[in-house]
Ligand binder design. Structure first.
Ligand SMILES: [Zn+2]
Length: 175
């Protein structure tokens, strides 16, 4: 899965510029401001997102919480609520798997996903306001967007060259 190059260590995010307020404190404040209760599952989900330095699936978050914390539907609902509070960002693997990552305390960015091994890397943010403007001119409000890049990473290319096989993507993995 995509966690292969990512550290699960809680201090892994310390290489990024540290925000003035910790993401967990900021998350609690936003939940309260929205008139929502601070529940154990909600905090556990945020802690799970904090432990993973990149986007993870809902199932993985649910696994992190353990079997007794809450059911999968609750995780879905919490993440949908967090998204409406602009605390998490949704992204997708090329097979359609939905992933979430915390936006609190991290700069805005996109991902490039390896179609072979699933590793993700960050790509610097660039503005697509022009595109959003076109959509708004058509009369849409609350406009948002998702940008993902897909390719074959250098490590996978090397591994395949070493094996003497050409760099192809399995048919079911093609977009
Ligand atoms: Zn790869």
């Amino acid at each position: 899965m995509i966690a292969a190059t990512q550290s699960n260590h809680p201090l892994a995010a310390s290489t990024q510029p540290s925000p003035a307020v910790s993401p967990l404190v900021e998350a609690r404040a936003r939940i309260r401001q929205a008139g929502m209760r601070i529940t154990r599952p909600r905090i556990a989900i945020i802690e799970s997102l904090l432990r993973h330095a990149g986007p993870i699936s809902i199932e993985r978050i649910h696994q992190d919480l353990g079997p007794t914390m809450c059911d999968l539907v609750t995780v879905y609902r919490c993440l949908a609520a967090f998204e409406s509070l602009d605390m998490v960002r949704r992204s997708y693997l090329h097979n359609g798997t939905c992933l979430y990552e915390l936006t609190l305390g991290s700069t805005r960015h996109y991902h490039i996903v390896c179609k072979s091994c699933g590793n993700t890397e960050r790509v610097d943010y660039f503005s697509v306001e022009g595109m959003e403007g076109i959509v708004k001119e058509r009369g849409y409000i609350h406009v948002s967007h998702i940008v993902e890049f897909f390719g074959i990473c250098p490590a996978c290319q090397q591994a395949r060259q070493a094996r003497g096989t050409s760099v192809t993507v399995p048919a079911e993995k093609r977009i």
